[in-house]
Design a protein around this ligand. Sequence first.
Ligand code: DGL
Length: 278
Amino acid sequence: MALDRQELQARPVGVFDSGVGGLTVAREIMRQIPNEKIVYFGDTARVPYGSKSRDTVVRYSRQIVRFLQTKQVKAIVIACNTASAFALDVLEQETDLPLIGVIRPGARVAADTTRNGEIGVIGTEGTIGSGIYPDFIHRINKTIRVTGKACPLFTSLVEEGLLEDPVTDEIASRYLSELIDIGIDTLILGCTHYPLIRSTIGRIMGEGVTLVNPAYETAVELKRLLEKQDLLCPKPPALGENRYRFYVSDSADKFKRFANSIIKYGILTAKTVPIEEY
Ligand code: DGL
């Protein structure tokens, strides 16, 4: 019996996103719970999710969960706001695995952070249109005003690696001007791609605005969940064991180059998976 528990604890955590954005969450998990192994899936052939319908995003997410289950994961982190907004509830009904999304943790931190009661949230059209951030924040505090702004071009700019670029600056200035006019003091980066252009967003919003990156709190929540279910891995993986494995639905080489530029662990393997078959 004891051995079963150890085997279970040694299993990896599954993390997925439409592309490279979820790496910002994976990076945080690596920092905060370094004993955990990770199987990451980035749906690079079908990115962006943000402009797709709920049904499509649910179908994609379901396929990815099935794929991750073949890798014997012990829990799954939906490291994508759009998939969390559209698919978390449905997937919770369909699987026994512990699942967490990125929205609840981010909403909680933002509600704790604001001083003037004006929160902005930027995300994909899907996430902003779903109204899920205002919903969660109002469950905590009804008096907070939440203004959402969809920034659909940000995902492509990040996927193309234009992290520091005049084009990104120009587009960000246009998207963010209305939030500056409102006088928000807290801005949720409500898409896991956005922390990768955090410095541009921070510069445009100015020092008076606190940027909330839900990745940090998501890793905290994952740790709490694993502890509660006695699934936390007590010791580091054996020497030489490949603790982080990456899978994508499009070119593995392009992904590997990008991932290596933002994760400092040396990503050796990334494989392409025919995700439509799952
Ligand atoms: N990174 C994802 C999110 O957090 C999705 C971006 C997209 O695919 O449009 O919403």
